[in-house]
Write a protein that binds this ligand. Structure first.
Ligand SMILES: [Zn+2]
Length: 424
């Protein structure tokens, strides 16, 4: 199977999204990566989409799509997903009978007519005469923010202009886009240290490492490995990016290699030796997905009241509607103290194959459910919950904990979103 399917999702994971977000697609938050190397090009993407209005993670989406099968033209979607997907659908519908130049024109006309307060970019990559090539289509509105407002999406400040257009990608370059782009670029600059780091603030706001020379001839397998490692690094730093990850490459002969979707846990285990430097201060929390709210699970961490350095965020979905959340503590001893204080688990929960790696903690949510007037609180500190969600809270929620050991990670059952024709 060399084809990236359309966006129709298989039913396997559908029940995991909260009902009211089921049809919603207009979200942003991404890390995408494209490398144009000597032996071909590679693309990588996470799957996370964050609601543009209330900072919630909505269902995963397919951000690498096939625009044309043979010769292969692949699309990489970033930012406002609905708009990026509309553009890709248009390119797909024209690709059979159009040259690359005509597709670029077609994309440009789409951008001219598009109106929105939300930015997006779409990459279109292909091989031309055995040289990897591509274009970035970009749509970036800009605003006249008043009173130090720096919001771009939720504020009502006047929009004063739009930058849009298409720019050709450069061979020997790596591109990163999305909210995790600067983290990915920083990470990749260690591997491609001789390249020049650029951010195209005058146009698409994308990050480029240009003119790499020393590793331009690396194998595509190696390039895909480096890409996935950069993506998990971004995912660990940025709430808006997250697993599962997909990577693929197209060789100068037109051969497509596709990998993934890889869940967070699988990726963490694959790169364990590179990630374990952080492990001493890391603790994983596992809680019911309902508790995540609009601050990526920060609500749970706040209410435990511990000396954390970074509240972290949900990094994976686990079986039984649970999610895995990574927290960074200030000191390693605090991780051990908190973990050792927890209660042992007597019955194996649905997301685990080995309860011996787990401890539990009880989170008191009685105050959350009712204020002094006995009214349901819908916005609590930084997190917002719907009335329906609050009604689903239990008085004492069980929060599970696990230390980042290989055995703990191997005992977890992760849910990975699959699209038609995909297998994990
Ligand atoms: Zn504003």
């Amino acid at each position: 199977m060399t084809d990236f399917p359309g966006s129709k999702m298989s039913s396997k994971s559908e029940h995991h999204s909260i009902e009211r977000y089921k049809s919603k697609k207009s979200g942003s938050g991404t890390i995408v990566s494209a490398m144009l190397l000597d032996l071909g090009f590679t693309l990588g993407s996470d799957a996370r989409i964050v609601d543009l209005d209330d900072d919630r993670i909505i269902q995963d989406q397919l951000k690498i799509q096939t625009i044309h099968k043979s010769p292969p033209i692949l699309g990489l979607l970033c930012g406002d997903f609905e708009a990026a997907e509309n553009l890709v659908e248009l390119l797909k519908s024209k690709a059979n009978n159009a040259s690359i130049e005509e597709l670029v024109q077609c994309g440009k006309s789409f951008l001219e007519q598009h109106r929105s307060r939300h930015a997006f970019t779409t990459y279109m990559c292909y091989v031309k005469e055995r040289v990897p090539n591509g274009y970035i289509f970009y749509f970036v509105p800009y605003f006249n923010h008043v009173n130090k407002c720096e919001e771009d999406y939720t504020c009502k400040c006047p929009m004063v202009g739009i930058r849009h257009g298409a720019r050709e990608l450069e061979h020997g370059s790596i591109y990163n886009d999305g909210s995790g782009a600067s983290d990915a670029q920083e990470h990749l600059s260690m591997s491609f240290f001789d390249g020049k780091m650029v951010q195209h603030v005058d146009a698409a706001d994308d990050y480029q490492i240009a003119n790499i020379k020393k590793k331009l001839k690396i194998s595509l397998i190696q390039a895909r490995m480096i890409t996935r490692l950069a993506m998990i690094h971004s995912c660990l730093k940025d709430n808006n990016c997250g697993a599962p990850f997909r990577v693929c490459s197209v060789s100068v002969d037109g051969a497509i290699e596709k990998e993934g979707p890889y869940g967070f846990v699988k990726t963490y285990l694959d790169y364990f030796q590179f990630l374990e430097a952080h492990d001493r201060t890391t603790l994983f929390l596992i809680y019911r997905q309902t508790l995540e709210g609009s601050n990526f699970g920060g609500f749970v961490v706040e209410n435990i009241g511990l000396p954390v350095k970074k509240k972290g965020h949900r990094v994976a979905l686990l079986e039984g509607d649970f999610c895995l959340h990574r927290v960074i503590f200030k000191e390693a001893k605090d991780v051990n103290a908190f973990f050792d204080d927890g209660e042992a688990v007597t019955e194996c929960p649905p997301f685990s194959t080995d309860k011996s790696h787990l401890k539990t903690y009880k989170l008191d949510t009685r105050e959350v459910k009712k204020n002094k007037d006995n009214e349901i609180i819908l916005g609590l500190k930084t997190a917002k919950f719907s009335e329906q969600e609050v009604a689903m809270f239990q008085d004492f929620e069980t929060i599970y904990m696990g230390k980042p050991t290989k055995d703990f990670l191997k005992s977890l059952k992760e849910e990975v979103t699959l699209f038609d024709e995909e297998s994990p």
